[in-house]
Ligand binder design. Structure first.
Ligand code: ZN
Ligand code: ZN
Length: 389
């Protein structure tokens, strides 16, 4: 096995320049969720050229894909790619690195397909992680039904095997008031923007009373048309996050109550919406994590200490609730670089990001090999999945 692992590492190194080009190309052409036409196209072309059978437009999403190689009857392992960007700040979440690392791991395995234990390797392209919930649709579309375990990596400023993820629900509040001239007839108006601002103030007070690991944050998506018109409509979107779903749903109700109170206070009508497809917390899988960490060690990668209080959310959490799944963090930015920042966007194409991307590709390929080669390991991951809540 050590021999095969060395060969996987060499295969990734041979692909290094090609993978870096792919990563930079995606980075330099940022596309928002469900609009990742170029990124999903480039990844599909790359994987086709490396010998994968690629199905595009799966689970009703044009920019989702499934690339497969098969070496006979055996387990099915999935490596997940993300490639959507953020509005305004491009690839400040580094999904270009996730995409290239996943494609690189797949390509290295494909290069050694003649020597692989029997089974299937799938590289799955998952659109719109940033709020669109592409993986939620892939789950609903049955894409993970015949997959035994899944893995992906995410870039950060440190290597961390298991990041906790918070459950997240997205809420939309639409306030309706009555337009009037803001100077001549303001008493004839009902100010919808005041409803939004009062909601923010109510949430700011609520925030003092929530558990420290919960997060509530929002933006105003419609603040009115012009200062000389009392806004007749205004709207805000809030994200409510918590490490367990019960607490998240409690907070959702309390945030909705903040908006209802604001509507009452300002005399506005209010429509509240819970956006479809909440994200779930990450279920831990020690069997998969231990394997990933053992392969980190082979490459001499040191893990950083856990970072309590610094947790995001992802639809990979939902995948982790249906099959054994891991999403380790890989260092692609200097320590201390905040994610979703312009500095992180710039870091995602540096030599450090290339190094993290290639190491991640090797570790995922080696971990996939371990899972194909040792049925007992996969069985342990699945028993653990069933036994843990
Ligand atoms: Zn992000
Ligand atoms: Zn991300």
């Amino acid at each position: 096995m050590t021999g095969l692992k060395d060969q996987l590492g060499q295969a990734v190194d041979r692909l290094g320049d090609e993978l870096a080009t792919l990563s930079h190309r995606i980075h330099d052409h940022p596309e928002l969720g469900f609009q990742e036409v170029q990124a999903s196209g480039w990844l599909s072309e790359f994987l086709t050229a490396k010998g994968f059978k690629v199905e595009r437009g799966i689970a009703g999403m044009d920019t989702a894909f499934r690339a497969s190689i098969e070496t006979g009857d055996g387990p099915t392992l999935a490596i997940l790619c993300e490639y959507d960007a953020l509005p305004g700040i491009g690839h400040a979440c580094g999904h270009n690195v996730i995409a290239a690392a996943g494609a690189g791991a797949g390509a290295a395995l494909a290069a050694l397909r003649g020597a692989l234990p029997r089974g299937r390797v799938q590289v799955i392209g998952t659109p719109a992680e940033e709020g669109g919930g592409g993986k939620v649709r892939l789950i609903r579309g049955g894409v993970f039904e015949k997959v035994d375990a899944a893995m992906m990596i995410h870039g950060l400023d440190a290597w961390i095997g298991h990041p906790d993820l918070l459950g997240i629900m997205r809420l939309v509040f639409e306030f309706a008031g009555k337009a009037a001239h803001a100077a001549m007839d303001p008493w004839e108006g009902v100010n919808a923007l005041d409803g939004v601002i009062q909601t923010f103030n109510n949430v700011a007070m609520l925030r003092q009373q929530v558990r420290p690991d919960a997060r509530i944050h929002g933006i105003i998506t419609n603040g009115g048309g012009a200062p000389n018109i009392i806004p007749e409509s205004a709207a805000a979107t809030f994200y409510v996050r918590a490490p367990d779903l019960d607490y998240m749903w409690q907070l959702v109700e309390r945030v909705e109550a903040c908006a209802h109170g604001a509507a009452k206070a300002t005399g506005c009508a209010l429509e509240t919406k819970r956006l479809d497809g909440h994200y779930e917390p990450m279920k831990r899988n020690a069997a998969l994590l231990d394997t990933f960490r053992a392969n980190m060690k082979i490459l001499g990668v040191e893990e950083s200490p856990p970072m309590p209080g610094r947790a995001g959310s992802s639809d990979v959490g939902n995948v982790s609730q249906v099959i054994p799944t891991i999403q380790p963090y890989v260092q692609i930015a200097p320590a201390g670089t905040p994610i979703h920042s312009r500095a992180f966007e710039a870091a995602a194409v540096t030599p450090l990001a290339r190094d993290g991307m290639l190491k991640a590709a090797k570790i995922m390929a080696m971990t996939t090999l371990d899972l194909l080669a040792e049925p007992a390991l996969l069985a342990r991951a699945q028993q653990e999945f069933i036994a843990s809540p």
